[in-house]
Design a protein around this ligand. Structure first.
Ligand code: MN
Length: 294
């Protein structure tokens, strides 16, 4: 199933380009704050499946393009991310900080944005903001010290994710945590719709130019190991997000660009880039030149 949040915190599923509102079935209060309800919905999702299937069978629903899609999990317990996790990207960054020697890092939850939102570039003269094309794992079940051979039981689903990044040498969390720097969507595809997690293709375009292309078979740390490593340190909770790392081809975006990401078995979303006026600070006063190693 394709699980969405839309139109001010309502919960729905998408089937054949139509949206079925299931807010009542999952007993979500769209105006509850903080907006953590979807984490409980994810935890209990299997118990709602029969009623959801009935709702789809009952027809009705509204056209997908008549709703405003929102980020699927706006307030997770954790937004985790793996660094350099494809060998080709390690090469272009001349990086020794591979995912298998670094473990995970965090991005601010408040950097999350949705498929109908825009990426707002901070006003940082002398800095590039780069796109990173990634697949998001959505955790479905609480667990600690999860062995790799059981890891997939804890993966609820997948989504497209952009890990936007100010290039530089400063604290990675800070460079990646500007508001709107983590678009996720357009929905969560439940794990049962992805036949093989070790064979998921993804692509990213800026305007019409294909910039990034990869397949999860080329990951340095594969999906089960990512869950195992993260959960060795931290209890994973339903709704937690893991950004699984980006392949080669990262590069700058500018005002007016449109970033399109496509993940096989999941879907695609296009995110406009706009230049904002906020975001300058003393940390980023010094210019930084990104040089691609090759
Ligand atoms: Mn990344």
């Amino acid at each position: 199933m394709k699980l969405i949040r839309f139109d001010g915190g309502r919960v729905g599923v998408v089937d054949a380009q139509r949206v079925f509102d299931i807010t009542d079935i999952v007993r979500e209060d769209p105006v509850a704050w903080p907006p953590t309800g979807i984490c409980r919905v994810i935890r209990d999702f299997d118990s709602f499946r029969p009623a959801i299937a009935d709702r789809i069978k009952g027809g009705a629903g509204v056209p997908l393009d008549s709703v405003r899609l929102e980020t699927p999990v706006p307030w997770p317990n954790k937004l985790m991310a793996y660094p350099v996790n494809y060998h080709d990207h390690a090469k272009e960054m001349a990086s020794k900080g591979l995912a298998n020697v670094q473990g995970y890092f965090l991005k601010s939850n408040s950097s999350l944005a949705g498929p109908s939102d825009r990426v707002e570039l901070p006003a940082l003269a002398g800095r590039e903001v780069h796109h990173e094309c990634e697949i998001a794992l959505v955790i479905g079940k609480e667990g600690r010290q999860i062995p790799p051979e059981r890891a997939m039981e804890y993966v609820f689903g997948y989504a497209c994710l952009l890990d936007m990044t100010v290039r530089g040498k400063e604290e990675r969390v800070f460079r990646k945590s500007y508001d709107t720097f983590t678009p996720v969507g357009p929905w969560i595809v439940t794990a049962d719709e992805v036949p093989d997690p070790a064979d998921i293709g993804m692509k990213l375009w800026v305007n019409d130019e294909l910039r990034q292309q990869a397949n999860t078979r080329d990951l340095i740390v594969d999906i089960p190991q990512m869950v195992a490593v993260a959960s060795s340190a931290s209890t994973l909770y339903p709704g937690d997000l893991i950004a699984t790392g980006t392949p080669a081809g990262v590069g700058p975006v500018r005002d007016g660009d449109v970033i399109t990401i496509e993940v096989e078995h999941v879907g695609r979303m296009s995110i406009p880039v706009v230049q904002g006026t906020r975001g300058a600070n003393v940390v980023f006063e010094k210019p930084y030149e990104f040089v691609r190693a090759s």
